[in-house]
Design a protein around this ligand. Sequence first.
Ligand SMILES: [Zn+2]
Length: 268
Amino acid sequence: MTYDLATLTRRARPGMRRKSIVIRDIAPPATMATDLYRACYLPVVQTWSAALPAIENAYARSLSELTTDAPADVKAEIDGAAEQVNRLLLLLTPQVRDWALRTERWYRGKWRGAVLSATGVDLDTMLGASDMRAPLETHIEWNTALIKDVSAQAQQRIGNAVFDGLRNRTPAREVAKTIREAVDMGRDRSTRIASDQLNKLSSALADERRREAGIETWRWRHSRKAHPRADHKARDGNEYTDATAPEDRPGQQPYCGCRAQAVITFDD
Ligand SMILES: [Zn+2]
């Protein structure tokens, strides 16, 4: 449902002389990224982690026996873990959806509160979840693809380590170390992805809620992170519209924590 927040604000505050009102910054709490990581990414990492002892054993056997079908045993162990992850994905997709819906509900409540305190307008009856279906579906698909990619990358790294290992007769404990590192890399990448996806979904929701309110202008709010992109820092406080915005919007670049604050403008 689209509405004109500037007009509603004028009606709520007759006699107001301000030229613009900036809606306060809405920052997603880090716990929501942890929730995504735990519910949707960690089970994949744990599946690979649990498969390692069997892969290590099969590798050690292959190395000592060097029979023709020994490498096939190692491959079967890796394929088995990948198959387990595939079955797990059926359960994880609904978890991703739950998380996205919860994030939408959270943002909607924050937006309603921020608009109410800035303008005196209560949007309660105007804000529905269904209006956000497009960004939600995009981010559900995106996360599902990323979860698959985390698993595929772990599988590839483990496969490379064991098959290279067999060719080079690398000692079993060295290969064990390498494949453990492969799983650790997947775990680290997953925590970064979860935090980034939270920023991306909340940025997308911020854009959609702003457009829905008929607001064109937004203010760049720099992330205050320790190692900011210099050009993002320089944009802090600048105001843009969708027409004048830089190519990369707040929160779009990898791990960018910048956000956009909606600015209601009143023309006389
Ligand atoms: Zn940034």
